[in-house]
Each structure stands twice: as C-alpha cells, then as structure tokens.
Design a binder for this molecule. Structure first.
Ligand SMILES: [Zn+2]
Length: 297
C-alpha cells in the first residue's frame, strides 16, 4: 500500500541518489528542461535527501520494530505461559488505547521474557518485551500497568526510531525508495530488514546497552503517569515500582541499571507532577486477576 506522497518521495530520492550523472543527462540530453525546472528539481531533491526519523512511515516503523524484536529474541527466550502473556496483552492494549497513539500499523503486542534480569524493551511500532525479573518487582495490576505505560510511552514518542544514527536514516530510506520503486510488493519484509540492518543495530544497541537519554526517560515516565490516570490507575504505582527496583538493581548491572537513570532520580521527577493525596485502594477483583495471572512469576 503506497501513498501518493511516498511515490513522490521515491521518485525524488531516485533523482537525488543518481547524483551528477543524472544531472548531466538532464543538462545535456534533455533540451525541454530549462534552468528553472532543474532548479525546482534540485530544490525538491535537497529536502528529500535530508531525511529524519519523522519521515519513516508507520509501515516502515512496523518492519523496523519486527526486526528489532527478532534481534531481542536471539538474546532472550520468551516465557511460554499463555495465561500470563494474555493478561499482559489485555492490560497493555488497554493502556495503549489511552495513550496519545492508540494504534500503530501492526498494533501493540506484549511478551514476557524468561529472564531474571530487571529489564524491558520497547521496539518501534509497539512490540514490548518485559522480563520476569521486572514483573517480579511488581505486586499488583497497578504496578504492572506502570511498567507497561512507561514502555508504551517510548513507542508513542518514537524514542526507538530516534536512536537511529541521523546519517543512516537517509541512506536507509533511499534504499527503501529504490527497492519499492523497482520491485514493488515483492519480498517486502526481507528487503526492509536487509536495508535497515544498520538502523536496527543502532536501536538494539540503545535498548540493550546504552539506554536513552535522561530527557527521553523523563518524558516516558511523565507520559506513563498520564496514561495511568486516564485509565483510572493510581499513578503512584510507578513510584512504588521504582522504589522496589531501587532495592534490587545492582549499580553497573546488565539491566535497567545500565539503560535507565537511577530510580531515585526518576522518582524525584515523577513526584513533581503527582498529587500528594493517596488514591483509593484498588478493587479486590483487580488484585485477584493479577494474582491469578502473574502472582506466580
Ligand atoms: Zn525507559
């Protein structure tokens, strides 16, 4: 499914990447093109070359996210307990519906990783992975919701796509434009995962090793608070999660300790926006369904 804008972008990119040779043929071989036409083409081509993550379409984002997800699953095994994963998906999709980006090209999907690391990853497009170790820090539906809301916020704000090195976005999108112009519709997934390989490495390295900036993490925490409030969960659950994580994370560990600011730093920022009054205790039915689904993790 290709929009008119994408087709136009593809044509412009083809013009742009052909470079001097094409410019030469326009100048020498095509008498019908005047100086004004050439100037117009050059003007149109220039912004097309300088692409940013914002030019990545939802469909491209989906395929990038799938490739990132596949890479994560080469490092972690999924936790193969259907009931727990179904619960996580029901809870996560409910929260996503209350976010500023309720729908993505392929939808939101949540998967538990069979690892005792305290970790979570949000791949572009809405593939969200949460470790058993992190879920083990939770003690209620609210606290699990707080974890998921933070990861959903990373998807909403497209923090993963922004981890792609700026210099790469242009070449990746140029490759896709050429691929789609020449072989429209065939082996799309394979082609996209190939041409985006370096971009996928950028994202995965950020998710697993270096982490996002403090500004992005603060943005995700504040958006998580908003999502929790919209759904009717106590946003203080995020603070409670972080307080538990604070006692369990080892500085320098290969998990959230490496990729996220210290919990106390995050708590201080969250407290600035939270009302002091404690929320009413959650309904018993909520705690019962949490216990049934994730209580045994
Ligand atoms: Zn985060």
């Amino acid at each position: 499914m290709k929009t008119r804008r994408q087709s136009r972008t593809a044509r412009l990119l083809l013009i742009a990447v052909s470079g001097a040779a094409l410019t030469g043929s326009i100048l020498i071989g095509c008498a019908s093109l005047g100086v004004g036409d050439i100037f117009e083409i050059a003007q149109k081509s220039a912004p097309a070359v300088q692409k940013s993550f914002e030019d990545i379409t939802p469909e491209q984002e989906h395929y990038i996210g799938r490739a990132v997800g596949a890479t994560i699953l080469t490092q972690y095994d999924p936790y193969a307990e259907a009931g727990a994963n179904e619960y996580l998906n029901l809870l996560g999709r409910t929260l996503a519906l209350a976010s500023d980006r309720p729908e993505t090209f392929g939808g939101y999907h949540f998967l538990i990783l069979d690892s005792q690391e305290i970790n979570a990853f949000a791949a572009p497009g809405g593939l969200i992975f949460v470790s058993r170790g992190l879920l083990g820090c939770a003690d209620s539906e609210e606290t699990v919701a707080a974890i998921l809301a933070h990861e959903i916020a990373h998807v909403v704000k497209q923090h993963g796509l922004q981890a792609i090195k700026k210099s790469r976005v242009t070449s990746a999108l140029t490759s896709v434009a050429i691929a789609s112009a020449q072989t429209a519709g065939s082996d799309e997934l394979a082609k996209l995962t190939t041409v985006f390989e370096d971009s996928i490495s950028d994202i995965t390295a950020t998710l697993v090793n270096s982490g996002y900036s403090r500004a992005f993490e603060k943005e995700a925490d504040l958006m998580a608070v908003a999502i929790l409030q919209r759904v009717g969960y106590d946003p203080n659950a995020l603070v409670r999660m972080l307080e538990v994580m604070e006692t369990r994370l080892t500085p320098g560990g290969p998990d959230f300790a490496k990729t996220h600011p210290e919990p106390e730093v995050r708590i201080a920022e969250i407290r600035k926006v939270l009302a002091a009054a404690p929320a009413a205790p959650p309904p018993a039915v909520r705690q019962a369904r949490y216990q049934a689904a994730l209580g045994g993790l």
